[in-house]
Write a protein that binds this ligand. Structure first.
Ligand code: IPM
Ligand code: MN
Length: 320
């Protein structure tokens, strides 16, 4: 392990949210295990130096176009959920594949302009055939090792970028006749995910839709504090990070749920280093801590022990 600064701490130390030193370190690495970026202290820095933009630059720099976000229900967390056992009992287990290197986050033109009507904020949602093809192909391949069902999510009734998305997805699907494909519009998908989350196996979608749906999925299985993610492209390095960002309201208090970060390390062992048994044992150690009734604040439950970051981590370590 070597450590690098990115985001707010990097701005404080160097004036830049993504110092060259950090970028070079990432280039020399097989994998990047990332924490989180952002916070009110840096909300007013120049847009290009915002902590979140440093993360976006890292994703773009290494062309990390696949972002895998596994969504798995745990029965023992069912009582803490807004939707309760009815859903979790049916077994929620799906993958969100979020396109991560294109779409609305990166499209040009972008900017804030001044014109006759006052300020004008512009972003562009754009998808090329190549960008769609490479990410949906990975979704089909991942589905092959699962329940062989891909749901592609777009807004084809309104957006040209989505029309290309759907057309290309249909074409790539022809190479995967053993995998079932269906399409949902993003709004309908948000609705159905609450009603019937167990219908999903592999869900593939664009950058902004995937960002939003993964927070929704987090509520269905417990909390953002539980969700890990893995991002990769065709080269090195891959990036592993919790789906959550920072939680400025509890920063420094020792209260954050460490599970998403720990589970991200498990994904790193699995996907970058081929250490499947080690990854599984970390995942089992997290499950055992949850099943034993340990709860951080985000998943707290009557009659169970509310613990802080260190105690949760120690419990997981002792299960290993
Ligand atoms: C995520 C996060 C990031 C995103 C933020 C921190 C830039 O919300 O990974 O889902 O929007 O991609
Ligand atoms: Mn997000």
């Amino acid at each position: 392990y070597e450590y690098g600064l990115l985001g707010g701490c990097a701005i404080d130390a160097t004036g830049r949210s993504l110092p060259d030193e950090t970028l070079d370190l990432c280039r020399r690495s097989d994998a990047i295990l990332f924490g989180a970026a952002g916070g009110p202290k840096w909300d007013n820095v120049a847009p290009a130096e915002r902590p979140e933009r440093a993360l976006a630059r890292l994703r773009k720099e290494f062309d990390l176009y696949v972002n895998l976000r596994p969504i798995r229900g745990r029965k023992s967390l069912a009582p803490t959920l807004p939707l309760k056992d009815r859903l979790i009992g049916e077994g929620i287990d799906f993958l969100i594949i979020r396109e991560l290197a294109g779409g609305l986050y990166y499209g040009e033109p972008r900017g804030v302009y001044q014109d006759a009507d006052g300020l004008r904020g512009v972003n562009t949602m754009v998808y090329t055939e190549r960008e769609v093809e490479r990410v949906v192909r990975q979704a089909f391949e991942l589905a092959r090792n699962r329940r062989k069902k891909v749901t592609s999510v777009d807004k084809e009734n309104m957006l040209e970028a989505s029309r290309v998305w759907r057309q290309v997805t249909l074409r790539v699907h022809k190479e995967f006749p053993d995998v079932e494909l269906d399409h949902l519009l993003i709004d309908a998908c948000a609705y159905i995910m609450i009603l019937d989350p167990s219908r999903f196996d592999v869900l593939v979608t664009g950058n902004i839709f995937g960002d939003i749906l993964s927070d929704e999925a987090a509520v269905i299985v417990g909390s953002l504090g539980m969700l890990p993610s893995a991002s990769w492209g065709d080269g090195k390095p891959a990036l592993y990070e919790p789906v959550h960002g920072t939680a400025p309201d509890i920063a420094g208090k020792g209260l954050a749920n460490p599970c998403a970060a720990i589970l991200s390390a498990a994904l790193m062992l699995r996907h970058s280093f081929g250490l499947e048994a080690e990854a599984k044992s970390i995942e089992a150690a997290v499950d055992a801590a949850i099943d034993a009734g340990l709860r951080t604040g985000d998943i707290k439950q009557d009659g169970m022990k509310t613990v802080g970051t260190a105690e949760m981590t120690n419990a997981i370590l002792s299960n290993l």
